[in-house]
Design a protein around this ligand. Structure first.
Ligand SMILES: NC(=O)c1ccc[n+]([C@@H]2O[C@H](COP(=O)([O-])OP(=O)(O)OC[C@H]3O[C@@H](n4cnc5c(N)ncnc54)[C@H](OP(=O)(O)O)[C@@H]3O)[C@@H](O)[C@H]2O)c1
Ligand SMILES: *[C@@H]1O[C@H](CO)[C@@H](O)[C@H](O)[C@H]1NC(C)=O
Ligand SMILES: *[C@@H]1O[C@H](CO)[C@@H](O)[C@H](O)[C@H]1NC(C)=O
Length: 352
């Protein structure tokens, strides 16, 4: 068959040709990109008077993103389910310099609520410049111990669909303003981590979905995908979706999953992300050293997998909290150097 012959030929010829072309193409390409990023740095976006909608702004990274946008003079629309915490964040944002702040209580996993808050934002301000899809939750559970597995559906409903719905309703406005979408994925989307498979999958879905949208939007709507490492927030205080379907704080499991990895302050993470978004970066990783994990993942996934298994699974025969990662954390006292105050000891989660 002619087609089969063609495929055999392409199998034979395309890989070496691609390899050789890339070898010559990559260095000048990266030089050009570096040059471009220097220019973007100088002509960073001026956010003064613009309108930014942030989901999940009642705590953690989202709250700090609101303050960073506020300091640059943007008007804000803040979304979350806990009204009291959200109002507090709105007040602080005004204090940090946001001319006008709208706080709307809504659940991003409900499509009608997303339509409503985008409409309210546009009716109020008449425009929308940045949409920041930040709301998200996490779970820590071995797959086989999931119990009633349907209880984990909210991870996808909030992390994935909760970013897709607002985007859908905001796109007409973002096209008009030549705006930007900022997506809060996670470095967990690259790291093969035990007990995080649902979370990991939801973040990997976000990355792939929004990378796909880039090819539809072209330069009309720009997209920045953030893939943070471990950041100070309620999530890293150990607030996880449990198998009974409720959110609870489990600091022992938090210690197992994060281990002796240093945790970055949310403010610093948010500043890095907003700087990147204003420069027009396609991706941003905070702390930047997490990018190294990506290289390991691409070039030796087996090794990374082995390392994660060793750190997070060794010794967990009797109890999950006997993991090597937590032992290292406890023995070295790394917690006192590597974890910010707010997440180190007793958590003070906001209630409503
Ligand atoms: N912390 C990290 O190490 C880390 C690393 C990588 C990525 N991330 C991502 O960063 C984002 C922010 O998380 P965080 O670390 O700052 O944790 P966080 O402090 O728990 O913040 C999560 C925010 O999302 C909101 N939210 C949750 N479910 C919602 C829903 N159904 N509708 C509307 N809002 C909802 C929460 O507000 P309400 O509960 O009031 O609704 C809260 O404001 C998440 O997408 C997370 O996956 C975090
Ligand atoms: C940003 O824009 C505002 C008005 O739109 C202007 O007053 C301000 O000077 C600008 N800032 C910079 C740094 O260009
Ligand atoms: C996490 O996501 C990546 C893809 O981004 C995948 O290759 C990896 O296997 C995932 N790990 C787990 C535990 O799901």
């Amino acid at each position: 068959m002619l087609v089969e012959l063609l495929h055999s030929l392409m199998n034979l010829v395309l890989p070496p040709i691609s390899f050789i072309t890339l070898l010559f193409f990559v260095p000048p390409y990266y030089f050009f990109k570096f040059f471009l990023s220097a220019i973007n740095y100088i002509f960073s976006e001026n956010l003064s008077g613009k309108v930014v909608l942030i989901t999940g702004a009642s705590s953690g990274i989202g709250e700090q993103l609101a303050y960073q946008y506020a300091r640059r003079g943007a008007n804000l629309v803040l979304i979350a389910r806990r009204k009291k915490a959200l109002e507090e964040a709105a007040d602080n944002a005004r204090y940090h310099g946001a001319p006008e702040v709208l706080a709307i209580k809504a659940d991003v996993s409900k499509v009608d609520e997303c339509r409503r808050f985008v409409d309210e934002a546009v009716n109020h301000f008449g425009r929308l410049d940045h949409l920041v899809n930040n709301a998200g939750i996490s779970s820590v559970c071995m797959f086989e111990e999931s119990g009633d597995i349907a209880n984990f559906a909210p991870i996808m409903d909030i992390n994935f669909w909760g970013a897709v719905y607002p985007t859908y309703f905001a796109v007409p406005q973002l096209r008009k303003s030549n705006g930007r979408i900022v997506v809060m994925a996670s470095a967990a989307g690259w790291l093969p981590t035990p007990r995080m498979s649902y979370y990991n999958a939801s973040k990997a879905a976000l990355i792939n979905f929004f990378d796909g949208l880039r090819t539809e939007f072209g330069s009309d709507i720009k997209i920045t995908i953030a893939t943070p490492g471990y950041i100070e927030s309620e999530l890293t205080q150990g607030k996880f979706l449990m198998k009974d379907g409720n959110m609870k704080v489990d600091q022992d499991m938090r210690d197992v999953q994060i281990g002796p990895a240093p945790v970055l302050r949310a403010e610093q993470c948010a500043r890095g992300i907003v700087n990147s978004a204003c420069r027009g970066d396609r991706y941003v990783t905070e702390p930047a050293w997490f990018k190294a994990a990506y290289l390991w993942r691409v070039f030796c996934p087996e090794l990374l997998e082995w390392m994660m298994r060793m750190l997070l699974m060794t010794g967990t025969g009797s109890s999950e909290t006997d993991a090597l990662s937590k032992k290292i954390l406890d023995i070295t006292g790394a917690k006192y150097f590597f974890y910010p105050d707010s997440i180190r000891a007793q958590s003070e989660l906001k209630t409503d």
